[in-house]
Design a protein around this ligand. Sequence first.
Ligand code: AGV
Ligand code: CA
Length: 314
Amino acid sequence: MMKKTNVYFNHDGGVDDLISLFLLLQMDSVKLTGVSVIDADCYIEPATYASRKIIDRFGDGKLETAKSIIRGKNPFPKDWRMHAFFMDALPILNEKGSIDAPLSDVPAHEHLINAVMKEKEKTTLLFTGPLSDLAEALKTEPKITEKIEKLVWMGGTYLPDGNVHEPEHDGTAEWNAYWDPEAVGVVFDADIKIDMVALESTNQVPLTPAIRQMWANERKYPGVDFLGVSYAVVPPLVHFITNSTYFLWDVLTTASVGKPELVKSKEILSGVYTEGPSQGRTYEMENGRPVNVVYDVDHDGFFNYITDLAKKVK
Ligand code: AGV
Ligand code: CA
């Protein structure tokens, strides 16, 4: 039997965060040791319910979910945060009429510390939202670094254009970094390996009408139908990129854990602005902290991989 990697998953309840959880539960090479949710690009109540329902419907129903108590500096647009209500209300997640997957009674950062410390082997941390809970965990229990294999994070960019279009900002940052720039600084200062799935690669995997059609064609598989229905709530790329155009940011990040051959990365010595008009911007600098930046992806290989994972569901 294939050796499983311990993975702890912290997310912020967007469509692609919740689809990431769904896909992680289908990966034979992954042993999920815990899930936590942060109130960033979501409302935390529906996002936590949806997570537990996904664990019930598509996992073993035993994995524990924890809620974050950390709040960031720059709030996400409400329209985006509302997607969690749609996900939580999907009939496929509510057929059973009850939630059995457990909710942790400790906050996310403590949940992470406990999950990492109790495993004999090291754990890979997968973060598809802001890094706030990891920053808090590092402050609370610095020894966790010895038990962390690496951090795989969807966030940041070294391109001139980020995806934050907000007053008082210059547009150079990626949203997960911008929500809590200080947390990125704390994590960059810690002694852990970082794989960063930055906008360089996520820009290559927009949601498009052709991708939607591919899922529609195979909706006889319940897992592929779940993909198609979930991605029906967010706008695809048609004529040009707008502020709300959806990419498969977090799903690519998650896929890079399950199938590393899909992506190419290079080392960048990096810093981060924690205040001012560029806050949240990651930048290249001499003597900066080394980060493995994923800059390229096998587009078709990626979409086939996630669709095949979804087909495993009964
Ligand atoms: O910056 C990408 C991150 C990912 O973790 N999120 C969405 C993904 O879950 C924020 C975000 C940027 N643009 C968005 C976002 C958009 N148009 N809609 C929703 N969320
Ligand atoms: Ca996210």
